[in-house]
Design a protein around this ligand. Structure first.
Ligand code: NDP
Length: 255
């Protein structure tokens, strides 16, 4: 066995939330290219079909579950479907998320709850549902997508709900890593800086100074630059890593 074999996911199965575009699509592609059998779960059946088609075009077979993971009781259903179609669930990537730019005096309860429901509550429910399956299987691996917004306050826009939700994701990562280590379940997180996706309008001139120029590398990332770290965390290459939050931000948080 060579060191690169440790990064292989051959024989593993993975479930990626929000896998039909943006970073989730890059993660689904990366995990599949590393050898895993992959299922994505997101709301839009149309976008899911497009994602599957684009992956198939590159010779990768990925399945989709069309579901809103904030719906009551859905997490167990999604895990049951994924476990049935793939035989087991070795890897869960909790990627689905949403940002709303609203200050503390503007944000209505509904918007606050929408952000918390997807970024934190759905991640929590999916994690517990997956860990129940993984505990039965004798182990597993959960990768959460946190954010530098858990570590700094973004500007010029205010987004207290998003920042609080991601700080909770980082701490939940550590909490669950401690609780589930005895079951052979590792839990880690990546904390990306600015990445070009539908969620982040990184090309808007209004954001350029604080999002781009303020960082040492003076650029945003593409989703494909975050995916290798997710593959690493999901693989045996990171076998001694649990409860870690890895920051990938072009140096943004050094200042
Ligand atoms: P996108 O907006 O590009 O993609 C979000 C994905 O989540 C889509 O696939 C969407 O699919 C899915 N999704 C949203 N809500 C739900 C739901 N209720 N149920 C199921 N799926 C859902 O976002 P990004 O790729 O930018 O973000 C991915 C993750 O990375 C998020 O957690 C985000 O907070 C985090 N992040 C992003 C950064 C960035 O700069 N882009 C920086 C740091 C962290 P559909 O709409 O079909 O449901």
């Amino acid at each position: 066995m060579t060191i690169l074999d440790l990064f292989s996911l051959t024989g593993k199965t993975a479930l990626v939330t929000g896998g039909n575009r943006g970073m989730g699509l890059a993660f689904a592609r990366g995990l599949a290219e590393a050898g895993a059998e992959v299922t994505i779960v997101s709301r839009s059946a149309e976008r899911n079909a497009e994602a599957i088609q684009s992956l198939e075009g590159d010779g990768l077979t990925v399945r989709a579950i069309d579901a809103d993971i904030t719906a009551p009781g859905i997490a167990k259903d999604v895990l049951a479907q994924a476990a049935e179609s793939m035989g087991r669930v070795d890897i869960l990537v909790n990627n689905a998320g949403l940002a709303i730019h609203e200050s503390s005096f503007e944000i209505e309860d509904d918007d606050w709850n929408t952000v918390m429901d997807i970024n934190l509550n759905a991640l929590w429910k999916m994690s517990v549902a997956a860990a129940e399956v993984m505990r039965e299987q004798g182990g597993g691996n959960i990768v959460n997508i946190g954010s530098i917004s858990a570590l700094i306050v973004n500007r010029p826009q205010w987004q207290p709900a998003y920042n609080a939700s991601k700080a909770a994701v980082h701490q939940l990562t550590k909490s669950l890593a401690a609780e589930w280590a005895p079951y052979g379940i590792r839990v880690n997180a990546v904390a990306p800086g600015y990445v070009k996706t539908d969620m982040a309008p990184v090309d808007e001139p209004h954001f350029r100074q604080h999002w781009i120029e303020d960082a040492p590398m003076k650029r945003y990332a593409m989703p494909e630059e975050i995916a290798p770290t997710v593959v690493y965390m999901a693989s045996e290459a990171s076998s001694f890593m649990t409860g870690s939050v890895v920051v990938l931000d072009g140096g943004y948080t050094v200042y």
